[in-house]
Design a protein around this ligand. Structure first.
Ligand code: ADP
Ligand code: ADP
Length: 224
């Protein structure tokens, strides 16, 4: 069955409808690309699925539990334990070194510093940025920073990674390498990925594409 699903989501900001009956589902280990024009509701859908934004109506079910039935504290605990996030930019804590950034989700889940940084370095090795551990985010390139961000998203052993335009600030070569590393790592660890992008060459790394138009999600073909 599906790990995370949404049914008939509606969300309005003032008089602007952002979601107008959107439905969605993703299976464990599946990479789904959410595509569509700017302003169509992709980010709002992602934020609802991740429990960051509450829809006005509709249901979201994660691992058999309805998100709306949880308290805010339960939803943030779920985000910490089960979800990882990669955004376009500005997500790394500038005061921390890269390895401290990657270790952060483990530290927040109660893992001791040494063990957390050991695991963090393993993920950094996998993302080919293990040489950058002692540097701060401001001292690495955009592509390196995104690999560090992907390592951080994976380090907490999430069940789902939410990625909103994760390569939007990168050139195509770096963007494709980041997508390759992200999807390889996610598939081999059986992590589901909800990937928001407007770029076809980024969506090419998905198992399945969903298009959002005017706040409604439409399934496209299985590309597998
Ligand atoms: P996309 O990610 O596809 O560009 P969004 O989900 O960001 O679309 O936005 C969908 C619509 O909702 C747009 O019209 C946008 O301006 C509006 N919107 C999104 N977030 C907010 C917000 N926090 N406040 C007001 N309007 C918003
Ligand atoms: P994208 O569509 O690439 O995700 P946006 O610029 O549409 O980026 O949205 C970035 C952030 O701003 C999102 O968190 C979104 O919810 C919020 N946002 C989008 N449109 C509005 C708006 N009209 N008013 C306030 N916040 C908005």
């Amino acid at each position: 069955g599906s790990l995370l699903s949404a049914h008939d989501l509606r969300k309005t900001y003032g008089s602007t409808p952002a979601l107008d009956g959107a439905s969605f589902s993703v299976h464990p280990g599946e990479v789904v690309a959410v595509m569509g024009p700017s302003g169509s509701g992709k980010s709002t859908l992602l934020h609802c699925l991740a429990g960051i934004v509450n829809p006005d109506s509709g249901t979201i079910t994660y691992a058999g539990r309805e998100l709306s039935a949880m308290s805010d504290a339960e939803r943030s605990a779920l985000r910490r334990s089960d979800f990882g996030f990669v955004f376009q930019f500005g997500q790394l804590v500038p005061e921390l070194t890269c390895v401290e950034n990657v270790a952060l989700p483990l530290r927040l889940n109660g893992v001791k510093r040494k063990a957390a940084e050991r695991t963090a370095l393993e993920w950094m090795e996998r993302l080919e940025v293990d040489g950058l551990g002692g540097k701060r985010p401001g001292e690495v390139s955009g592509g390196q920073g995104q690999r560090v961000a992907v390592a951080r998203a994976l380090a907490g052993s999430p069940k789902v990674i939410f990625a909103d335009e994760p390569t939007g600030a990168l050139d195509s070569l770096n963007g494709e390498r980041v997508m390759e590393l992200l999807t390889e790592a996610a598939r081999s660890s059986h992590v589901a990925v909800v990937l928001v992008t407007h770029e076809a060459r980024v969506a090419a790394f998905s198992d399945r594409d969903v298009t959002v138009r005017d706040g409604r999600a439409h399934n496209l073909e299985y590309s597998a």
